[in-house]
Design a protein around this ligand. Structure first.
Ligand SMILES: [Zn+2]
Length: 92
């Protein structure tokens, strides 16, 4: 699966809380969101690169099932997977 790992298309950074690799994406309401760079079957975000900016959009239900069936890579917000997610929430 080419470019499935987001570090191929976006700068790799590290989570300030847990040190894991993340990449930054923009949500439809223009917020910055850290993503786990590796796709996962549990993911609920589709990612697209527009004008050099990574955009992440949430998918759910049949949309998500369809993407998964088509073997499209799905990603998770690092907010979901960070072992120190509580730290993130209190900071924002
Ligand atoms: Zn983290």
């Amino acid at each position: 699966m080419p470019s499935a790992n987001l570090t191929m298309i976006a700068p790799l950074e590290h989570c300030r809380s847990c040190g894991r690799p993340i990449v930054w994406a923009r949500t439809p309401n223009r917020k910055a969101m850290p993503l786990d760079p590796e796709p996962t079957p549990r993911g609920n975000l589709v990612v697209s690169l527009t004008s050099e900016v990574l955009h992440a959009a949430m998918v759910s239900g049949p949309d998500r099932d369809g993407l998964r069936a088509a073997h499209k890579p799905l990603y998770l917000s690092h907010f979901t997977t960070c072992p120190h997610a509580d730290t993130w929430r209190t900071k924002r």
